[in-house]
Design a protein around this ligand. Structure first.
Ligand SMILES: O=C(O)C(=O)C[C@]1(C(=O)O)C=C[C@@H](O)C=C1
Length: 281
């Protein structure tokens, strides 16, 4: 076979494969449409837990010369396109002055076609999500030492907003370097997967030491991995605790925590959480 014939034979193999891929993508979109009907109108279109499970499965079964990051990239675009099929899906992102960090994380996660709006304040992002003007919001990962942490709006609010943390970005990281990270907030609840973390807020009248809190959490079967303490006014102390497990809103471990504290903890509740991101080559 001449060089030219070899090339055209290889290209015709690629054409066949592309057609098969295309058929499968069209079939997948039809199945998603049935999923949407099954889910009904009341549920949210974005199912971050389900997306995490699909990606974990694909990365686990992946083999061959294509990098895993390419597989994740392709599926992120697939999810983005099916989310557009399901509803008018849009994202609101916190973009403090001239800093596109969170915008870039959002674009990377939600793909090239998803409408993304930039908002200067966290409160505008939360308002858009709460009012249904955006399906999801992207906010900075809660960090220790912030003067007025945004998660207080979720904490105080059980009244202020019913938005909850539902995912963490980036979902796929090449290595555990200190790159920028963010969380996604939405109106749906955190979905349970086989590896999750949740954020709980613990309210007390007086500050509790880290060691007291850790011991109370461990006795309640909750494994803390990060504790942030905030005292908004002298009469109340709020602790944001990231725990290495899925904690549902009515989880009995939250009641146990308050009970074990001899009433020092007045209230403990979850503000959502995330499927633990993938780390890979
Ligand atoms: O499984 C679902 O609930 C779907 O809506 C389908 C699907 C998908 O394309 O696989 C789409 C969007 C969701 O965020 C998760 C998954």
């Amino acid at each position: 076979m001449s060089e030219k014939d070899k090339l055209s034979s290889l290209r015709s193999q690629i054409d066949d494969i592309d057609n098969q891929l295309h058929d499968l993508l069209m079939r997948r979109a039809e199945v998603v449409q049935s999923v949407v009907q099954e889910k009904g109108k009341s549920s949210t279109s974005l199912n971050a837990g389900r997306e995490a499970e699909v990606l974990r499965c694909l990365v686990k079964r992946h083999d061959g010369i294509l990098p895993k990051s390419a597989i994740v990239r392709l599926w992120r675009e697939i999810f983005a396109s099916t989310l557009q099929l399901e509803s008018r899906f849009s994202v609101s992102v916190h973009v403090p002055e001239a800093d596109n960090t969170y915008y870039d994380l959002a674009r990377e996660h939600f793909g090239m076609e998803t409408p993304i709006s930039s908002r200067q304040t966290v409160m505008s992002v939360l308002r858009e999500v709460t009012d249904g003007d955006a399906t999801a919001g992207v906010l900075p990962l809660p960090q220790a030492g912030e003067g007025n942490p945004w998660w207080l709006s979720l904490a105080q609010g059980e009244a202020a907003t019913n938005a909850r943390i539902i995912a963490r970005l980036p979902f796929y990281q090449m290595s555990s370097t200190d790159g920028p990270e963010a969380v996604i907030v939405g109106l749906g609840a955190q979905e349970r997967t086989d590896h999750d973390r949740s954020y709980i807020v613990v309210e007390s009248a007086e500050p509790l030491s880290r060691s007291t809190l850790t011991s109370l959490l461990e006795k309640s079967d909750l494994k803390p991995i990060n504790i942030q303490i905030h005292t908004p006014d002298p009469s109340v102390c709020l602790q944001l605790i990231e725990v290495d497990d899925y904690v549902a809103p009515g989880d009995e471990r939250l009641a146990k925590l308050a009970e074990l504290s001899d009433q020092r903890i007045t209230h403990a509740w979850t503000i959502g959480g995330y499927a633990v991101p993938l780390m890979g080559a």
